[in-house]
Design a binder for this molecule. Structure first.
Ligand code: SF4
Ligand code: SF4
Length: 333
């Protein structure tokens, strides 16, 4: 069973106390620590203050942290290293304000998985330890996005991001009755219903929503989006070769859509707080469980027709962690 900390508010110094308590024996003096986070498309991003407070702890421990992210595949200033660097400055992610260098990483090492050759950030692969700062929110392609997505999409090249969205291209079989359900759940508008469902491969985002929701099992795919995400996340962790990793999930400002949208949309669940732990599967499961317990429904499945537990299950199956967790409120013993 993995230990996961839960703090409801972040005004006290419990956040720093937990980080210091958990990191001090593993994140040793002199270690170069890669700190992954999303520095914002427009309105949504990892909370600047929480990032700064984590860096303060790492500096206090004598580590050498740097913040990093990678360029994105879609049309945005973040598509290029230079454009993202400017946007990071605009959003306050600078060495002066944060207390460590900020790197937009665009060199990669290749890791092979069952279905992919994943190009993983070289800056991350060459670091001594890894701190993953994730803002949990909804996502139309995966139900929700937090730590697994932060690794799978956030630490890889544009080519690998494209592969994640294209390798699970679905096919429609003769069992299709043209009921239209798949078109209703396709965020990318990639499906036309005529005599049967027709998928436009150019528009398909490979999210597997049609595959999961077809009432007649008429859609097949060689591999699901959730499996690919788990594989990419495992490739990212493999580059670290058992070096220490720690996760912070900020489960507040839970918007309908991802921070990669210029407008992430309305708040769809009440704040849960901040979770911390060293098991990516357990922290994701605990985060979603707490939201769903509070809202008394599977929030992201209802909004995006995509069960968030699927990516968690795939990550557990591939050996990234345990779904069982022991929730500690506050600093604990
Ligand atoms: S949901 Fe299934 S049966 Fe319905 S139109 Fe789509 S592929 Fe055909
Ligand atoms: S996988 Fe299916 S639901 Fe997802 S974008 Fe492609 S056609 Fe649409």
């Amino acid at each position: 069973m993995s230990k996961i900390y839960h703090i409801k508010g972040v005004d006290s110094n419990q956040y720093e106390q937990i980080l210091e308590k958990e990191l001090k024996d593993k994140f040793k003096r002199g270690m170069v620590v890669a700190v992954k986070l999303h520095m914002g498309e427009d309105k949504g991003m990892f909370n600047l203050e929480l990032a700064k407070r984590a860096i303060n702890v790492l500096n206090k421990l004598g580590c050498k942290p740097f913040l990093f992210d990678t360029p994105v595949k879609y049309l945005s200033p973040r598509h290029t290293k230079e454009g993202y660097e400017k946007l990071a400055v605009k959003h306050g992610f600078t060495k002066e304000k944060i207390g460590c260098p900020v790197i937009i990483s665009n060199d990669y090492v290749v890791v092979k998985t069952e279905h992919m050759s994943v190009e993983v950030s070289k800056d991350l692969a060459e670091s001594d330890a890894f701190l993953v700062l994730s803002h949990l929110k909804g996502h139309p392609a995966s139900g929700m996005g937090a730590a697994i997505k932060n690794l799978a999409m956030g630490c890889v090249s544009i080519k690998s991001k494209n592969d994640l969205h294209s390798l699970g291209l679905p096919e429609v079989s003769d069992a299709c009755t043209a009921c239209g359900t798949c078109a209703e759940v396709c965020f990318f508008n990639a499906i036309d219903i005529k005599d049967r469902a027709r998928i436009n491969a150019e528009m398909c985002g490979g999210c597997s929503n049609c595959f999961y929701n077809c009432p007649n099992n008429a859609i097949t795919a060689e591999v699901s989006f959730d499996t690919l995400m788990a594989e990419a996340a495992s490739a990212v962790l493999k580059t670290l070769d058992n070096k220490p990793v720690f996760y912070v999930n900020d489960v507040r400002s839970i918007t309908k859509n991802c921070d990669c949208f210029s407008n992430p949309g309305e708040i769809i669940a009440k704040d849960v707080g901040v979770l911390l732990g060293d098991d990516i599967v357990a922290i994701e499961k605990a985060s979603v469980d707490l939201i769903n317990e509070q809202e008394k429904k599977n929030v992201f499945k209802e909004v995006h027709h995509h069960d968030p537990y699927l990516q968690i299950k795939e990550a557990r199956k591939i050996g990234l962690g345990k779904e069982d967790y022991d929730l500690t409120r506050g600093v604990g013993k």
